[in-house]
Design a protein around this ligand. Structure first.
Ligand code: TRP
Length: 342
């Protein structure tokens, strides 16, 4: 695909599906590590709004989450002058390539995709006779659209969570299938997944100790107003160990979340205080609230500014779309030529 000059840095591409308001787990597990990658790679990040359509039916929700995710990434420090930041739907070349790729993708490969198989299994568990019941073609074709997102940008690395690794492998498989047929004319680079690590190398726990995830309902929202943040933290369930008794910091999600955001000396002091006894859960929660609130306040302010209807978000996304299309167009042009179209 577009020829590379020796001075170019490797390219990373990743998509963010706008299906919910961002929470602390997204920040620690995805946003911050991805922003760090921008030091090493020429990075491209996009809002996968058409992917969201496989599950979202409310136009207001699609529009809101698309803006909210975009605003969150910029509020968290994404620099649109350094990173190409765009909406998937603003790059029509992606969808044209999706069709070409789907003509080279084995249907059997899609039958084995995790998300599709999970949906089939749910139907089987419920004893539904038609195992494809309720499954739309968007969900089924999801990996092909994702392969197109990746391959059209001629990238090297795709930073994703573990749950998306199979999709990146599929993108490489699909690229291979294309190359096998048309490789004499054009070849896609084979992308690799890269799993970003958060600061502690572990997954941020949610309020119940399991991985923080929207599907578990255990999240702490990123941009809740101060009072709501305080309430969310106060409501974190704890056991009834009396204040004076020693507590195990490592089995407390409150402590673990704190450790992700506090200065190391605060973390160390808190650990010692908990283990010595005399620190109650209420006190620990108040410390977590203070730490998070201090950290999040400037992000929150930028976020709400960007969420204003005529904020600079619109210009940022328009400029990003422009750059993304300039990168996608030569790829698509070569593909069209290779397959004999146009
Ligand atoms: N499927 C990804 C997710 O749900 C989002 C996504 C869409 C993506 N296209 C992509 C990620 C391309 C990486 C590359 O999280």
């Amino acid at each position: 695909m577009p020829t590379e000059d020796a001075t170019q840095r490797p390219v990373s591409v990743t998509g963010i599906k706008p299906t919910g308001d961002p929470h602390l787990g997204n920040l620690v597990g995805a946003i911050l590590p991805a922003l760090e990658l921008a030091d090493e790679y020429d990075s491209m990040y996009f809002i996968a709004d058409y992917h969201a359509l496989t599950s979202l039916r409310s136009p207001e929700a699609v529009a809101h989450y698309t803006r909210s995710v975009a605003a969150s990434w910029i509020a968290a420090g994404l620099d649109p002058d350094r990173t190409i930041f765009y909406r998937q739907s603003d790059v029509p070349e992606v969808f044209e390539l999706t069709w070409v790729l789907s003509c080279l993708t084995a249907k059997g490969l899609m039958n084995r995709a995790h998300a599709y198989k999970a949906a089939v299994d749910r139907n089987k568990e419920r004893g539904i006779e038609d195992v494809d019941s309720g499954i739309n073609m968007g969900l089924y074709n999801y990996p092909v659209l994702m392969a197109s997102d990746i391959l059209i940008m001629d990238c090297d690395v795709v930073p994703v969570g573990r749950d998306q690794v199979q999709h990146v492998e599929y993108a490489a498989d699909i690229a291979g299938a294309f190359n096998a047929v048309y490789g004499e004319h054009v070849r896609f680079k084979l992308p690799r997944a890269r799993i970003p690590q958060d600061k502690s190398g572990q997954t941020l726990p949610g309020t119940d100790g399991r991985k923080m995830s929207k599907s578990y309902g255990n999240t702490i929202p990123l941009f809740a107003p101060e009072e709501e943040l305080r309430k969310t933290i106060r409501r974190i369930p704890t056991d009834s160990t009396p204040i004076e008794e020693p507590k195990d910091p490592d089995s407390s999600p409150i402590f673990q979340i704190l450790a992700n955001f506090a200065d190391p000396d605060v973390t160390a002091t808190t650990r010692a205080e908990l283990m010595a006894g005399g620190m109650g859960w209420g006190h620990l929660k108040e410390r977590l609230f203070g730490t998070l609130n201090t950290y999040l306040a400037p992000l929150r302010e930028r976020y709400f500014e960007l969420m204003e209807p005529d904020s600079r978000l619109n210009d940022i996304l328009a400029a990003g779309a422009d750059k993304a299309r300039k990168r996608a167009q030569p790829t698509l042009a070569e593909v069209r030529k290779a397959v004999g179209i146009g």
